[in-house]
Design a protein around this ligand. Structure first.
Ligand SMILES: CC(C)(COP(=O)(O)OP(=O)(O)OC[C@H]1O[C@@H](n2cnc3c(N)ncnc32)[C@H](O)[C@@H]1OP(=O)(O)O)[C@@H](O)C(=O)NCCC(=O)NCCS
Length: 147
């Protein structure tokens, strides 16, 4: 069990295939201030809704074993996490967010993540904040068989 796990700062899931560890991911509850979102307007189209921070599920870590990369596991796991975030009864989350390492940016862009603005204390950071709107995904998830 990791320190993050013990401190309730992140929950890690290990993914096995035919008895071998092929991937893992860590998720936690989070939020992101609207000023960091390029399309912040879409979150405030209803004038009755005034919100400074958009609720999110944060992917703290996502890694696929080297020999298993580029087989669709990463994409599947992001969809799996989205399904957890959208589950009935779970605390509301509008976004998936993460801090991407430079060499993973293309992967996340490929599957639909966008860059948050790099302003204030985020400016110049190597790992950039990325987000995906879960409402855009809800329809697609219905077609995926997770069993
Ligand atoms: C980034 C990572 C999670 C992607 O998982 P994956 O299982 O290899 O990705 P997928 O096979 O689901 O790829 C989905 C799409 O993204 C593309 N892609 C995957 N990795 C990519 C990369 N590094 N750069 C560009 N595109 C990439 C794939 O070609 C695929 O596109 P396609 O469906 O059009 O063919 C995985 O490569 C990894 O664990 N990397 C190292 C660990 C790491 O740095 N983790 C992130 C920080 S904790």
């Amino acid at each position: 069990m990791t320190r993050y796990e013990r401190a309730d700062l992140g929950r890690t899931t290990l993914v096995f295939y035919e008895g071998a560890l092929v991937a893992y991911f860590t998720i936690s509850n989070a939020g992101i201030y609207t000023e960091f979102l390029k399309n912040a307007k879409s979150f405030s189209s209803d004038p009755e809704i005034k919100i400074d921070m958009i609720p999110a599920v944060k992917i703290g870590r996502l890694a696929v074993q080297t020999g298993r990369q580029n087989c669709g596991i990463g994409r599947f796991l992001v969809a799996y996490i989205a399904r957890i975030a959208l589950k009935k009864g779970a605390p509301a989350a509008r976004l998936l967010i993460l801090e991407s390492k430079p060499n993973s940016e293309r992967f996340y862009t490929e599957i639909g993540f966008e860059f948050a603005l790099q302003i204030g204390r985020m400016r110049g950071r190597t790992n950039r904040t990325m987000f995906m709107d879960l409402q855009k995904l809800a329809g697609l998830l219905a077609d995926i068989d997770f069993e």
